[in-house]
Design a protein around this ligand. Structure first.
Ligand SMILES: *[C@@H]1O[C@H](CO)[C@@H](O)[C@H](O)[C@H]1NC(C)=O
Ligand SMILES: *[C@@H]1O[C@H](CO)[C@@H](O)[C@H](O)[C@H]1NC(C)=O
Ligand SMILES: *[C@@H]1O[C@H](CO)[C@@H](O)[C@H](O)[C@H]1NC(C)=O
Ligand SMILES: *[C@@H]1O[C@H](CO)[C@@H](O)[C@H](O)[C@H]1NC(C)=O
Length: 384
């Protein structure tokens, strides 16, 4: 009996657990059809990096062997499984948009210059494009190569926290605003507590967030947070949330974080709508980091402060109403790798699920700019 029950539970979990539910949510959008989708996702579970490990108290030595065979700041097997779910979700959601064959004219993939975002893209693509007979080249392998593009690290607008001194400067200045200080103030005792336990300087929400990330990434290799950290974990999570609210607090921060990406999405959509001969792709994939997911959501006015999960996937879908011919944008979020997804009401568009394209343009106007404008402004870390 127990065995049967276990089997049933396992079956139900297998069916419901990570089963993509793209078709399900479409019921909320009758008479519309996706013309192009712009999809950003966070990489899968990873091991910590050197900077995070430097926060670990020195009297608790961690052996490097715990990261074997992955190495540091690397995708784990669990991370690969989650990335695979991302690809399955994309196949289900966009099966009527793109062919089952890998057709280079239909899709483009961009990753940041990190091993983990490239490996996440490769794993997701393995699930998105298992080769149909015409592309099967090895009878023993249910896989075909799919290329991606990676801009140079130093020139990547998605890596704004490295490439844009103004962003960090502005975020820290924003943290000084009285209304933000009011959020942070109650956590000063936590900062002191964490400083004394880690023997590092924990003075701002970002420091706590890095510590939170260290604990999450150590958990990914089976190391639980120390007892002193477990005792204050809910407070640590509160501060991580504050950090996410702060990072996208105003239009200037959102523009620095995702203005170039949003402009390129809007440009492509505009061309698709207005230029009959424009050769657009159908699916634009971006394999990035949690703050890229959050940043694009903030630019689309659907963000509520939180740290996006491993494999979380956010889509902006350019849709066409098949009855009226009207074009519009829809924001779809799969909070967990593989879904289920939810359609998010767009703030500034009367909470619409299908936001008329012209209206969408007006609400993103103050957060978009070109790469050139970004590069110029990123150097500016002075008030007048
Ligand atoms: C913490 O900051 C203080 C003042 O900036 C500095 O003197 C001290 O060396 C720092 N401690 C650590 C562990 O970084
Ligand atoms: C969008 O189009 C404008 C006008 O054609 C151009 O100046 C800008 O560089 C484009 N931006 C992106 C990110 O492609
Ligand atoms: C949008 O929908 C209208 C009405 O069905 C159709 O005539 C038009 O071709 C569609 N446009 C695109 C780009 O699919
Ligand atoms: C730099 O930023 C400040 C606001 O922080 C702005 O007033 C100033 O015009 C900017 N400088 C340049 C050269 O754009």
């Amino acid at each position: 009996m127990e065995l049967v029950l276990t089997l049933v539970v396992a079956l139900v979990a297998a069916v419901c657990g990570n089963e993509p539910q793209g078709a399900e949510v479409d019921k909320a959008l009758p008479d519309t059809k996706t013309i192009a989708a712009f999809v950003i996702f966070r990489h899968g579970d990873r091991t910590p990096d050197h900077e995070e490990l430097a926060l670990y108290p020195a009297d608790n030595v961690l052996s490097d062997s715990i990261f074997f065979p992955y190495g540091k700041k690397a995708l784990t097997n669990k991370g690969k499984q989650r990335s695979f779910f991302v690809g399955k979700y994309l196949r289900q959601r966009y099966d009527s948009l793109i062919s089952k064959l890998y057709l280079p004219d239909e899709i483009t993939i961009r990753t940041t210059d990190y091993a983990r975002t490239k490996m996440t893209a490769l794993t997701a693509l393995a699930a998105l494009y298992p080769p149909p007979p015409a592309q099967r080249w090895n009878p023993d392998l249910d896989w075909q190569p799919i290329p991606y593009n990676t801009p140079p690290y130093e020139d990547d607008d998605l890596l704004y926290w490295y490439n844009c001194p103004r962003y960090l400067w502005l975020r820290d200045k924003t943290a000084e605003l009285p209304e933000i200080q009011k959020w942070i103030e109650p956590y000063q005792p936590l900062f002191s507590y964490l400083s004394s336990h880690t023997k590092t300087n924990i003075t701002k929400p970002e420091d706590v967030f890095f510590l939170d990330n260290l604990f999450q990434t150590l958990k990914n290799v089976g190391v639980n947070p120390p007892e002193w950290a477990q005792q204050v974990m809910p407070k640590i999570k509160d501060v991580t949330k504050i950090e996410y609210a702060l990072e996208f607090y105003n239009a200037d921060l959102v523009r620095l974080a995702s203005g170039v990406l949003m402009q390129s999405i809007v440009n492509i959509s505009n061309s698709l709508i207005n230029e009959p001969d424009f050769e657009a792709k159908k699916l634009y994939l971006y394999s990035g980091h949690e703050n890229n997911v959050a940043g694009l959501m903030a630019a689309a006015r659907v963000f509520e402060a939180h740290q996006p999960n491993y494999g979380s996937t956010f889509s902006l879908e350019l849709r066409n109403n098949t009855k009226t011919g009207q074009f519009g944008m829809t924001a779809v979020y799969a909070r967990n790798a593989g879904g289920p997804s939810e359609i998010l009401p767009i703030d500034g568009c009367d909470g619409a699920l299908f936001c008329g394209f012209d209206k969408f343009l007006t609400i993103v106007q103050d957060v978009i700019w070109s790469k050139q404008e970004m590069d110029e402004q990123c150097k500016n870390v002075t008030d007048l």
